[in-house]
Write a protein that binds this ligand. Structure first.
Ligand SMILES: *Cc1c(COP(=O)(O)O)cnc(C)c1O
Length: 368
């Protein structure tokens, strides 16, 4: 038995017959950049996320860039996020000339609202909570703090399409929701793709302008923009795959329930799902002792695992100029040594979850 962490090739085999026809139809009848499929995708996603607007983009990274750009983030400003996120959340802040400021995380890896409030300054232009693994942050408190200081909230929901918080879908909780449809995300394109969601018409209109070179009409440029549009081809694929998304999330949630049943929680920590949460389980991250040794052991048992992410961003060589040091964000640093991502993709069988769990339990029972 070999258990892969992801299985894109199997996904393609399952959908190839239908999808190739749809791709052929779209390429033969629509524009390739911008087209009907893109508009259809936007209205479908807005409905899915229960927001008034959605704009299709070329990546989650550019979704974050455009969001911060239109909020006026520039040189000398500060943007607050967490140090344990994917690098892109922080790169976009840097590329706009602003300073990334970090708030440490809670045990469940989400932004600690108390730490957030402590690092807000007059220069803070935006707050980016990251819904790591598909778990929505404590948005009740984060929104309250943001409102008090009049700072907009950009949700990094790249890992959290379909997750809910008090029944509200991700992307509908802050001012702007930023999503990725990278091949490794739960709703995946066949290349890079992303999108934003918002209830604010002005934000939506500015994104549409910025993603297309800043063009208002063909020949009028009010602001210099980017080229960040979603290809029609990707929209065609996403429209097809969106139909299946709810089912994929239900399957991943079932996988989580099975892990809960089989893993010995004396050895393995992972946060429970609280009543107000509905998590998409983009990843299943556990926290364990002897993480590296366990990872190696599982590999010998043909179980592929990953680490999201082994080095907190404030300790990356690229961050050196920011002047952070070891010990600045203790939770994120401690967790970076304990976290291990176990396979949870929708193609796994119950027997495979059981097998993985038994191997993990055995490793600790036998003190290997
Ligand atoms: C994937 C991801 C992004 C970036 O999305 P891309 O589509 O790959 O550009 C940003 N933030 C987080 C937390 C992610 O997981």
């Amino acid at each position: 038995m070999k258990i892969p962490y992801v299985n894109l090739n199997l996904q393609w085999q399952n959908e190839k017959k239908t999808l190739l026809k749809l791709i052929d139809k779209s390429l033969g009848a629509e524009n390739w950049v911008g087209g009907k499929s893109v508009e259809i995708f936007e209205s479908k996603i807005a409905k899915f996320c229960k927001t008034k607007y959605s704009a299709a983009l070329n990546s989650g990274t550019d979704a974050l860039t455009l969001a911060l750009h239109l909020l006026g983030v520039r040189k000398g400003d500060e943007v607050i996020t967490t140090p344990n996120t994917f690098i892109a959340t922080v790169s976009v802040i840097v590329h706009l000339g602003a300073k990334p400021v970090f708030a440490d995380v809670l045990r469940d890896q989400s932004m600690d609202p108390q730490k957030l409030e402590k690092v807000i300054t007059k220069k803070t232009k935006a707050i980016i909570p990251v819904y790591l693994s598909g778990r929505i942050s404590n948005m009740f408190k984060i929104n309250k703090i943001a409102k008090k200081h009049k700072i907009p909230v950009v949700e990094d929901a790249a890992q959290a399409i379909g997750s809910k918080y008090f029944k509200k879908p991700s992307g509908s909780i802050g001012d702007i929701g930023c999503f990725s449809a990278h091949p490794l995300k739960n709703l995946n394109a066949i290349g890079d793709s992303g999108f934003i969601t918002t209830n604010n018409k002005l934000i939506y209109e500015k994104i549409v302008e910025l993603r297309n070179h800043g063009m208002v009409k063909r020949d009028r440029i009010n602001n210099f923009g980017y080229v960040s549009r979603m290809d029609n081809l990707q929209a065609t694929v996403l429209n097809f795959r969106l139909k299946n998304l709810d089912k994929i999330i239900v399957k991943r949630r079932k996988n989580f329930e099975n892990y809960k049943k089989y893993l010995n929680r004396n050895f393995v920590y992972f946060p429970d799902e609280e009543k107000h949460q509905y998590n998409s389980y983009h990843t299943f991250v556990v926290q364990v002792k002897k993480r590296d040794k366990l990872k190696k052991y599982l590999k010998t048992k043909n179980i592929e695992t990953a680490i999201h992410y082994p080095i907190p961003i404030h300790l990356q060589p690229a961050s050196k100029y920011l002047g952070y040091k070891k010990g600045d964000f203790k939770s994120a640093e401690e967790q970076s040594k304990k976290i291990l991502t176990l396979p949870i993709n929708q193609f796994l069988k119950k027997s495979e979850i059981k097998y993985i769990s038994e191997k993990v339990n055995y490793f600790y029972e036998k003190n290997l």
